[in-house]
Ligand binder design. Structure first.
Ligand SMILES: *Cc1c(COP(=O)(O)O)cnc(C)c1O
Length: 227
């Protein structure tokens, strides 16, 4: 078995254990393998081990991998910051975008999503720990943005995403992730029909799952340390 296959098995065990501890069904937590900075070989190895969903941060790097690997049945998620001048590539190549934080970007993606593709699956990034320089909408603005995005053609609003600062321990991590879960629940009480809460990475997926994450984004624990 390759290192990547081994690591994937280890992550699936961590997800299962975390679900067991919080009385959740392991099938309710999807694994996104974050392949940024790693080459197509790494993606091919992960796919051979059963992984189909991959996350990328850098649009140009991702487009090259997506193009090279287009014969494989893979799902590509954009999880990096997105500028206006990159929306056409995101709309043309990706299946998901996790980092939507402005209506203007959503409108461009809606106009640019090719008609022959399924709608772009979208999560709104929320700044749950209030860092002033961080991307993501303030929690108080999430509902208005969600309502505006949900009516745009070519996009399908799926949920919320957050990247909080690393927490010192499990309890502190849960406190922050729980804010994202509370906001997710509020939006659903308002009828948004969200099914995806994208949170948790290599170091904090247990706290994220305990707090209601439905998709963890794991890079280094699968592919190794990045340069
Ligand atoms: C790089 C990255 C990850 C993966 O981080 P690891 O700590 O390597 O698991 C997850 N989400 C986002 C948004 C990232 O940029």
């Amino acid at each position: 078995m390759t290192t990547i296959a081994n690591n994937l098995q280890g992550i699936h065990s961590r997800i299962e254990n975390a679900c067991q501890r919080s009385g959740r069904n392991p099938a309710s937590v999807a694994l996104l393998a974050v392949s940024k900075t790693f080459g197509v070989d790494a993606v091919v190895q992960a796919h051979a081990a059963g992984q189909t969903a991959f996350g990328e941060n850098y649009i140009q790097e991702a487009v090259e991998k997506i193009t090279t690997l287009r014969e494989l049945p893979l799902q590509w998620h954009c999880i990096g910051p997105i500028q206006s001048n990159k929306t056409r590539l995101v709309a043309g190549y990706f299946d998901w975008l996790h980092t939507l934080d402005r209506l203007k970007i959503a409108q461009r993606l809606s106009e640019q999503r090719p008609a022959h593709l399924a709608p772009l699956q979208v999560c709104i990034q929320v700044n749950v720990d209030g860092g002033p320089t961080k991307s993501g909408v303030a929690p108080a603005e999430a509902l208005a943005l969600a309502q505006a995005v949900s009516v745009l053609p070519g996009l399908r609003l799926r949920g919320l995403m957050c990247i909080p600062e690393p927490a010192p321990d499990f309890v502190a991590g849960c406190a922050v992730f729980s804010r994202a879960k509370a906001l997710f629940d509020v939006l659903n009480q308002e009828g948004m029909g969200l099914d995806t809460l994208s949170m948790g990475m290599s170091d904090d997926l247990e706290a994220a799952i305990a707090s209601g994450s439905t998709m963890v984004r794991v890079g280094s624990a699968i592919f190794g340390a990045r340069r």
